[in-house]
Structure formats: structure tokens, C-alpha cells
Design a binder for this molecule. Structure first.
Ligand code: URA
Ligand code: CA
Length: 434
């Protein structure tokens, strides 16, 4: 087989066989196929697309390009949740303990934040003592005992995806449904998921700016999952404005605790119940989505979800007393409100700009090497659709520096107030799968 022939085949719109796709991924990963040929191939896929079988074959070829995690020592159906990325997306912190409290095994591998989006591991490290550096055997033991443990991304998972994603980034081929869908699904499958619940975000803060694009991606991923034997469902949800109120590590831990207590922001709670009920259903712990949802609400009301959070934090070295005493979380030195400069209605809170403002405060990483400040961040005091009076707080800023003029300017620019009222955006656009 020669790569040049396979590039030509895809360029001319033909279908590649599983063996051909495996050849491309294997030889690219081991360095035999150079970046310039892979770039041409990615562009051919961008224009010619792939059918369902090719997408599934590409996914599995990437899964087998490196290590795969074997979770078979953990009892039960392992359901993983993946979000395509957002701002103030506190769902994993809530969902983990919430579904684990119903007996769903949560054996999660999470990442750190980069750019305007946050990462679950950074957030959890705001809990004093909490760490994710645990051995595989300990990880298995903890999930079997407590139904939940979270570790950091291990070294050699899907190296083909790492290489290809970096190449796509500089060759204008990121935005291709078959390439995005196989990239995301390969990582979940390599991490050992038996079933997958996807939260595909749409709006300014998301990768997919429109609901139609998000739906196309959601459907593509669900079809890949089902083709390769992993039950998959996808929720299409709004990321035009940040989720919940909190953006920032310690602030989001606090928000997750509030939500597990039944006192969190309504949008965050609703999305967690929607995603969580699918996880519980796919794990076989409820006969229907409706029953799963009722059981989750019960776990919030009777305190078992919050109790599971405490057990989980303590098991990984964390100080679980933060749950009842949030003053033990890292605290910012300067806390002040940004006030509305006019009467009106909040019509836009541009999610990615708000994420960048939080990053500038130190809550996120500009580059992989940046050191983050766990205490700083933002608390929205208004959401889209709310009315506001001049002088009322729009957002509370938690900073460790007095010099945050750029952040203030960015916040005023990205929270738009108008005389005309708008309705608050739809949170869940659709559910795909099953
Ligand atoms: N996220 C991924 O993991 N892969 C992509 O290709 C795009 C977004
Ligand atoms: Ca939030």
C-alpha cells in the first residue's frame, strides 16, 4: 500500500477499507507517513467526508494506536460522560458523585483546562489535599468500594489522535465532522468506557457554533458508538452563556456542592439531571430514563449524593470538611461587584469571552505551562433574560490582584444590556440516540 494512492482515492471520493485506514493510522503514528502526506489526507477527508463504516474504522484504528485502559476488574457497566467543552461547565463535579450514589461505577479519567475552558482535575485540586496521582490498582479498588474515583490522563492513550489533532490545528482541518467525531470517540473508548453519554455544546462558547452543526456532530458520534458496540447517547446543550453562575476552580467546587445539596443554579441542575439520567439508564440501574431521573432527584433530596462526594474526596486525600465549611476552599484576596451601567435586560453573556476574562484573572491557562490560581474567578449575578437596574451587580469578581482593568473591560464588553427584553435561551436542544 502506498499513502499517495490512498490520498488520491479519498480525494476522488472513494471509500477506504478498514485495512487501508489502519495502514494510514499505524504508519502515521510510527512516523513512516510524514506530516505533509497526512495533511493532504486530512484535507481530502474534510472535502469528501467519510461514511459511517470509515468513521468507525478510523476511530478504532486510533484507539489501537496506543494503550487502552482495561476496566474489566471494575464491576458493572462503566458509563463515561464527555463534554465537548464549555465555560463554567461544572457538570462532571456534580454528576460523578450523583450517579455513583445510585451505584453507577464512575471510573473517570479527566483533563486539565486550557484556554477559555476549565478542566475537572484543576477544579478538584481546589479541595485541599485532593490528588489524582493514584496507581491503577488503587483506582480499581476505589471504584469498586465507593463507585467513584478520578485519575489524570495517562501517557500513551491514542497517540494517533494527539499527532493528528496537532496537525489539523495548523492545516485548517479541525472543523470536519468525521475527524472531530473519531477524535473524541477514540479517546473515550481507549479510556475503557462500555457506554458513553455525550454533552455536545452549541453557541459562542462552544466548538460548534450552531445547533445544526452540534446535531450533526452528536449524530455522528452516536453512530460511531453504536457501530463499535458502545451504547452512546448525546445531549445537545446551550453554551452561548456560561453554565451556572460560577467560573473558576474553587468557585465551581462550591457550586457543585450547592447543586448536590439541591441549592445550585437551575440550569446546571437541569443539565446534570438530563445527562445523569442517561448515564444511570445506560448503566442498567433504572428501567427508564424517567425513573432514573426521579432516583437522581431523590439522591439529592436524601443527602446520599452529597455523602458520596465526601467519601470520594476523602478517599483521594481531600479534606471532605470543605463540603460543610466552604471557607476552607482557597479564598481570593479581593472580591468586588461589577455594576450595571444602565437599566435594561441582559441579552447576551458571551461565554468564550467570559472564559477568557476568568483566564486573565488566573483561573485558567493561557499556555500548557501556565500556573493557575485556584481561588480566583467570576460569579455571574445575572443570566440572559434577566432584567437589571443601573447599579445592580452583574458579576462578582474574585481576584488576587488589584490591577484587573483589562478583565473589567472584557466583562463589560461581553455582558450586553439592552432596552429590549429577550427570553432566556433553551438549555437542552435535543437528545440523540436510543
Ligand atoms: N475535541 C477533540 O477532542 N477532538 C477534536 O477533533 C475536536 C475537539
Ligand atoms: Ca458553573
Amino acid at each position: 500500500m502506498r499513502m499517495v494512492d490512498l490520498i488520491a482515492k479519498k480525494r476522488d471520493g472513494h471509500i477506504l477499507s478498514a485495512a487501508e485506514i489502519q495502514f494510514i493510522i499505524n504508519e502515521y503514528t510510527n512516523g513512516t507517513i510524514p506530516d505533509y502526506q497526512m495533511s493532504a489526507f486530512a484535507m481530502a477527508v474534510f472535502f469528501r467526508d467519510m461514511n459511517d463504516q470509515e468513521r468507525a474504522d478510523l476511530t478504532m484504528a486510533m484507539v489501537h494506536s496506543g494503550d487502552t485502559i482495561d476496566l474489566s476488574a471494575i464491576a458493572g457497566i462503566k458509563v463515561d460522560k464527555h463534554s465537548t467543552g464549555g465555560v463554567g461547565d461544572t457538570t462532571t463535579l456534580v454528576l460523578g458523585p450523583l450517579v455513583a450514589s445510585l451505584g453507577v461505577p464512575v471510573a473517570k479519567m479527566s483533563g486539565r483546562g486550557l484556554g477559555h475552558t476549565g478542566g475537572t482535575i484543576d477544579k478538584l485540586e481546589a479541595v485541599p489535599g485532593f490528588h489524582v496521582e493514584i496507581e491503577n490498582e488503587e483506582f480499581t479498588r476505589l471504584v469498586n468500594a465507593n463507585k467513584i474515583a478520578i485519575i489524570g490522563q495517562s501517557g500513551n492513550l491514542t497517540p494517533a489522535d494527539k499527532q493528528l489533532y496537532a496537525l489539523r490545528d495548523v492545516t485548517a482541518t479541525v472543523n470536519s465532522i468525521p475527524l472531530i467525531a473519531s477524535s473524541i470517540m477514540s479517546k473515550k473508548i481507549a479510556a475503557g468506557a462500555d457506554a458513553i453519554v455525550l454533552d455536545v455544546k452549541t453557541g459562542a462558547g462552544a466548538f460548534m457554533k450552531t445547533a445544526e452543526e452540534a446535531r450533526a456532530l452528536a449524530e455522528a458520534m452516536v453512530r460511531i458508538g453504536n457501530t463499535v458496540g458502545r451504547k452512546t447517547m448525546a445531549v445537545i446543550s446551550d453554551m452561548s452563556q456560561p453554565l451556572g453562575f460560577a467560573i473558576g476552580n474553587a468557585l465551581e467546587v462550591q457550586e457543585a456542592i450547592d447543586t448536590l445539596r439541591g441549592q445550585g443554579p437551575k440550569d446546571l441542575e437541569e443539565l446534570c439531571l438530563t445527562l445523569g439520567s442517561q448515564m444511570v439508564y445506560l448503566a442498567g440501574k433504572a428501567p427508564s430514563i424517567e425513573e432514573a431521573r426521579a432516583n437522581l432527584q431523590e439522591a439529592i433530596q436524601n443527602g446520599s449524593a452529597l455523602e458520596t462526594l465526601k467519601v470520594f474526596l476523602a478517599a483521594q486525600g481531600g479534606d471532605a470538611s470543605v463540603v460543610d465549611d466552604p471557607s476552607k476552599l482557597p479564598q481570593a484576596k479581593y472580591v468586588f461587584d461589577l455594576e450595571a451601567q444602565q437599566d435594561g435586560h441582559v441579552v447576551e453573556i458571551v461565554a468564550d469571552e467570559i472564559g477568557t476574562a476568568a483566564m486573565l484573572l488566573g483561573a485558567g491557562r493561557a499556555t500548557k505551562e501556565s500556573v493557575i490560581d485556584l481561588a480566583v474567578g467570576l460569579m455571574l449575578r445575572k443570566k440572559v433574560g434577566d432584567s437589571v437596574k443601573k447599579g445592580e451587580p452583574l458579576v462578582t469578581v474574585y481576584a488576587n490582584s488589584e490591577h484587573v482593568e483589562e478583565v473589567k473591560r472584557k466583562l463589560y464588553e461581553s455582558i450586553r444590556i439592552s432596552k429590549e427584553a429577550v427570553v432566556s435561551p433553551v438549555l437542552v436542544y435535543d437528545i440523540v440516540g436510543e
